[in-house]
Design a protein around this ligand. Structure first.
Ligand code: C2E
Ligand code: CA
Ligand code: CA
Length: 665
């Protein structure tokens, strides 16, 4: 049973228990009130009847004689006469000492009885010496519906001589009591249901509401709200299950990833309503073509996927893809227009194109990308060539992951010089990674991958610590520049990481420069600007790297007071080329930097000509192969000594002309 159904059953059980408890409470209240009123009524009736009987016993002087069968004297007769007219007593009976009736006085007559009757209660009163009370419901019309009878023994000289019984009509009293009882019971029941039922109903409704909310949250976490299809996460879970079942049933799974061609254009020309309508229509059509057992999901954006289950061969998968493709290519009426969209389909079949859900999805994804690259509006199977690139990527991913775990990266340091005095001012730390054969992997390959794999935070923190540690061994005038990826700001607390690296290495903050690119200021810029400000406040210099490559680099200069600007190396490559404006732009940036008190570093300087140009343009700092390639941490010491010697701060090495490198080694 699903958790939702479970919850529903549990709630229903609780509700039933609640109703039962409420019912019990009501019945209990009713019964208690009824018992109490009955008890009170009986006591009242008994007391009344007894009083009357005792009053009679005390008022009749010749009781003993009457009980012995004699006619009452005139005074007693008069008493009976009066008594029967008044009060609720409708009958008096006098019994003899054996419990047999002797005289009856009721509303019709006052007479000695001809046929004496034995009354067990009268006899019991005589024997016990205590009054007995009886409460009855009459079944003859001659008697009141409800009455009470009290039998009071009368003694003379310590001996019981007679019993006087008084019969009191309780019909009216009972009706009054009953009314009071109903009113009391009703009030109590209402109170009970209010004090118990209202919170119970509130609880029930709240729980019901919570369940409804939970249900919709659960739905949303598994589904795409726009199309109602399952989402990527849920698809992967179900596909994984289907793959396991497929293995058991010997049926294959074909994955069809569908991408709408030029979806952006639809969004731009028809607005988001048009885009949404198209996405919904695609979802509906996919549902129509797919079988009940197939899995249909929206992977995100304009990407959909159908897992076709129980596929016999490639041909069957292709046939299915064709049906998908033609169903989706039919034009869709939208308002008074028509949306004519085409789709690209990429197919991967298990197990030849992947055994796990992730791998199959990747394969189908590659296939759809190749379909798009091949001109769109077509169907492509995953192929071996695509497989190679997948394998290469997987190898690289593994390498990056392992290097992160084993801290197998290393740093190369490229010198930065002050141009006018050719003085070494510091180094830029550049991340390096070698493959199993010792071949360097370009940072432009492994850094974006590490970002994608969310490992750049760890790697970057390591690079910071390592660079600070190395720089701490240099002369105090030298600084170290470390590159930061935007993801490092998103992945962790960059300020804390920088502070820890400085603290650990005891490097003065002013000797650390952090190079960031304008991408950091694209998105979420307020948070990132705040982090940059905090870093700057701690004494660290912030450098705008790759300046001039973006579209609006200038505007970013106003967003944050950078300490330095680094002109991208592409400008040096463009210098002396067909476009003469490059030279103008470089000169302008250098002049602007002066104006803003932001020293400019030009990177990628490779030729003497470039150096001359930069000297004329009055550039402050330079970096590039002309001045020095990235080198190992040990080699930085040689470069530093070299620099000192060149400026005459150190005597020339023994042996005169030999390069410094040999000397140190
Ligand atoms: P970048 O920050 O622009 O680094 C300068 C790049 O220019 C380096 O490439 C360097 O080797 C290269 N270069 C230096 N002089 C010359 C020259 O005269 N001519 C030419 N053509 N190139 C020159 P590299 O080492 O391949 O780094 C590439 C990019 O990788 C860096 O560009 C930087 O964005 C990134 N990167 C490097 N290390 C790190 C790091 O520790 N963390 C992060 N987040 N990114 C890094
Ligand atoms: Ca850099
Ligand atoms: Ca750069």
């Amino acid at each position: 049973m699903t958790p939702a159904a479970n919850g529903e059953v549990r709630l229903r059980r609780w509700a039933a228990a609640l109703v039962a408890v409420l019912g019990l409470l009501l019945v209990g209240t009713w019964a208690t009130v009824r018992l109490t009123t009955n008890h009170l009524l009986e006591r009242e009736a008994a007391a009344g009847a007894r009083n009357w009987a005792e009053f009679l016993a005390a008022s009749i002087g010749d009781l003993e004689q009457i009980a012995a069968g004699e006619q009452p004297v005139a005074a007693s007769m008069a008493f009976f006469e009066n008594a029967r007219k008044s009060g609720q007593v409708f009958r008096y009976v006098i019994f003899n000492r054996d419990g047999y009736s002797q005289l009856v006085s009721d509303r019709e007559r006052i007479a000695l009885v001809d046929l004496s009757e034995f009354n067990p209660l009268a006899a019991h009163a005589l024997l016990s010496g205590r009054p007995q009370v009886d409460f009855r419901k009459a079944d003859t019309p001659a008697l009141p519906a409800y009455y009470a009878a009290a039998y009071v023994p009368v003694h003379a000289a310590g001996q019981p001589v007679a019993v006087v019984a008084a019969y009191v009509d309780q019909t009216e009293q009972r009706a009054l009591f009953f009314q009071a009882f109903v009113a009391a019971a009703a009030a109590l029941c209402t109170l009970t249901s209010l004090s118990f039922g209202v919170p119970a109903i509130a609880w029930y409704r709240r729980t019901k509401e919570k369940q409804r909310a939970e249900r919709s949250i659960r739905f949303l976490s598994h589904h795409d709200p726009l199309t109602g299809l399952i989402n990527r996460a849920s698809f992967v879970v179900r596909l994984e299950r289907a793959l396991v079942q497929g293995r058991a049933l010997a049926g294959e799974v074909a994955l069809h990833v569908i991408d709408i061609d030029r979806f952006k254009d639809v969004n731009e020309t028809l607005g988001h309503h048009g885009g949404d309508a198209l996405l919904k229509a695609v979802a509906d059509r996919l549902r129509l073509v797919a079988r009940q057992s197939d899995l249909v999901a929206r992977l995100g954006g304009d990407e959909f996927v159908v897992a076709q289950l129980g596929v016999a061969d490639k041909a069957q998968a292709e046939d299915f893809a064709r049906r998908l493709w033609s169903a989706l290519s039919a034009p869709l009426p939208f308002r008074d227009q028509e949306i004519a969209a085409t789709v690209s389909v990429g197919i991967a079949v298990s197990p030849m194109h992947g055994e796990s859900a992730a791998r199959l999805l990747k394969s189908a994804d590659l296939a759809v990308h190749s379909a798009k690259a091949g001109g769109r509006n077509c169907i492509r199977f995953f192929s071996a060539e695509l497989d190679e690139s997948v394998q290469a990527r997987l190898r690289l991913e593994r390498m990056v992951r392992e290097a992160t775990e084993r801290e197998a990266f290393f740093l190369a340091y490229q010198p930065i010089f002050e141009l006018s005095g050719r003085r070494l001012v510091g180094f830029e730390a550049l991340l390096r990674l070698r493959d199993a054969d010792g071949q360097p992997i370009p940072p432009s390959t492994f850094i974006p991958l590490a970002e994608e794999m969310r490992l750049i935070g760890r790697i970057g923190a390591w690079a910071l610590r390592e660079a600070c540690r190395t720089a701490a061994g240099w002369p105090e005038s030298l600084r170290v520049a470390v590159n930061l990826s935007p993801s490092q700001f998103a992945e962790g607390d960059i300020c804390a990481i920088v502070a820890a690296a400085l603290h650990e290495s005891r490097l003065a903050p002013k000797r650390l420069e952090l190079e960031i690119t304008e991408q950091l200021l694209f998105a979420n810029d307020e948070r990132n600007v705040a982090a940059l400000a905090q870093l700057k406040a701690s004494g660290v210099a912030i450098v705008m790297d790759d300046f001039g490559t973006g579209y609006s680099s200038l505007s970013y200069l106003w967003k944050f007071p950078f300490d330095k600007i680094k002109i991208d190396r592409s400008f040096m490559q463009g210098l002396g080329g067909a476009d003469e404006r490059v030279a103008t732009v470089v000169k302008t940036i250098i002049a602007l930097g002066r104006e803003l008190h932001m020293p400019v570093t030009v990177e990628g300087v490779e030729t003497a000509e470039q150096v001359r140009f930069l000297a004329a343009a009055d550039a402050q700092h330079v970096q590039g192969f002309w001045f020095g390639e990235p080198m190992s941490a040990t080699d930085t010491m040689i470069a530093i000594l070299d620099d000192l010697r060149r400026r005459g701060a150190l005597p020339p090495p023994n042996g005169g002309g030999k390069p410094a490198l040999h000397l140190v080694k």
